[in-house]
Design a binder for this molecule. Sequence first.
Ligand SMILES: [Zn+2]
Length: 306
Amino acid sequence: MAHAVFQSSSLSCSSSLDLRETSAKASHIFGSQLRSREIERTQLRLMDSFKKNPTVRLKALVESPGQAQEIIDNKPKVAGATDEVSDHFKELKHRFLGFKKDKYLSNLEHYQRLSEAQAPKFMVIACADSRVCPSSILGFQPGDAFVVRNVANLVPPHDNGPTETNAALEFAVNSLEVENILVVGHSCCGGIKALMSLQDEVISSSFIRNWVVVAKPARLKTKSAASNLNFDQQCRHCEKESINRSLLNLLTYPWIEERVMRGTLSIHGGYYDFIDCTFEKWALDYKGSSLLANGECSIKNREFWA
Ligand SMILES: [Zn+2]
């Protein structure tokens, strides 16, 4: 579940299957109706421009960066969305060149070492939501954290089979030997809202449904523990419950459990509330046989950053 799926400007590249339906669903699920029509129009115009001039697009992909830039600079004069998109990329270009000048070239030795190898201390699993960039809120710099983002920051259990999330985990834990795994959830999570809205009896081909169902145990626990709360409050409850479920799911990977037992790997949960800008952080207290009778695990070192 690449985070691009939910970013309006990238939807046009993600799938050609019923683009309008997908974009409408995505903007609804993430609690935002804003600009859905505008997004659709932009996507369709982008696709049209690719269809009309595929040579330019393909050429830009195979030429060297300098040549590609020349192609972009000599773009066909099409008014409207193309210019808007171009403006977005001008801004990105400005930011990139700022990063290069202020960070990369100012710390050249550090970035040259990074170009040879990475040794991040953290593996972070965060939501794809555009408001929850772990590098922005926790200040990770290049080389600090190996990050995977998916809808609702979920970790599927080992037996569910391969996903890009557990592929990233395998690399971070077994090859990079990170010391910490941090699962970051957040307020107003559209993925959790989708999970809490599931109709049990409905069979759906929705990718979103078939992904968030991974966290169904968290939904069931929320429904039983917080049945007196209204739907929005239940969603807040489930946002944290699903983090704990993901932490337990991490232990279903033998190579993670073994490192946690040896004390070379720690598992942490985090919850970012972007309504009042607070961050809650806790760690799993697991020593092999310390799972509670109900299959839960105790936590330790809870902190609240406000
Ligand atoms: Zn989310």
